[in-house]
Design a protein around this ligand. Structure first.
Ligand code: RTP
Ligand code: MG
Length: 141
């Protein structure tokens, strides 16, 4: 087991549904600690930069428009196997395929409005954490 950090975003749909606390509780109950946190209404440039890996995909424009449709809550989570543990809590990208009890099964409406983002690898987690948080804003706990 390895102590890891991962980047999590509560997307505009879940913020609008007023379930920030319920989602944080799931992280905490799973042993993930919030070590950095902020609410932010992303600019188009910030959202495009964050999802740059998807820029050639057909859903890119819709994804960016959705991500800037309202404020998001961005956090760094720390814990044993944090990257995979967080992905397991999130559930499948399409909520129709998400296992019962996962965040997307419970709070997501569609593959576009799917409640949360999570880093998909340790390597991407480091890049994504640095994208939103200077090292001085991440707190060892
Ligand atoms: P995320 O990056 O948001 O954590 O989601 P993910 O890894 O489960 O999915 P990814 O393949 O990275 O796609 C990023 C986001 O793009 C939207 N998407 N739409 N219409 C489509 O076929 C489609 N595929 C992906 C989703 O909102 C997904 O979360
Ligand atoms: Mg992804």
């Amino acid at each position: 087991m390895a102590l890891e950090r991962t980047l999590s975003i509560i997307k505009p749909d879940a913020v609008a549904k007023n379930v920030i606390g319920e989602i944080y509780t799931r992280f905490e109950k799973a042993g993930l600690k919030v070590v950095a946190s902020k609410m932010k209404h992303l600019s188009k440039q910030e959202a495009e930069g964050f999802y740059a890996v998807h820029r050639e995909r057909p859903f890119f424009a819709a994804l960016v428009e959705f991500m800037i449709s309202g404020p998001v809550v961005i956090q760094t989570l720390q814990g044993e196997n944090a990257v995979l543990k967080h992905r397991d809590l999130m559930g499948a990208t399409n909520p129709k395929d998400a296992a019962p009890g996962t965040i997307r099964a419970d709070f997501a409406d569609s593959i576009d409005a799917n409640a949360v983002h999570g880093s998909d690898s340790l390597e991407n987690a480091a890049i994504e954490i640095a994208y939103f948080f200077p090292a001085t804003d991440v707190y060892a706990r």
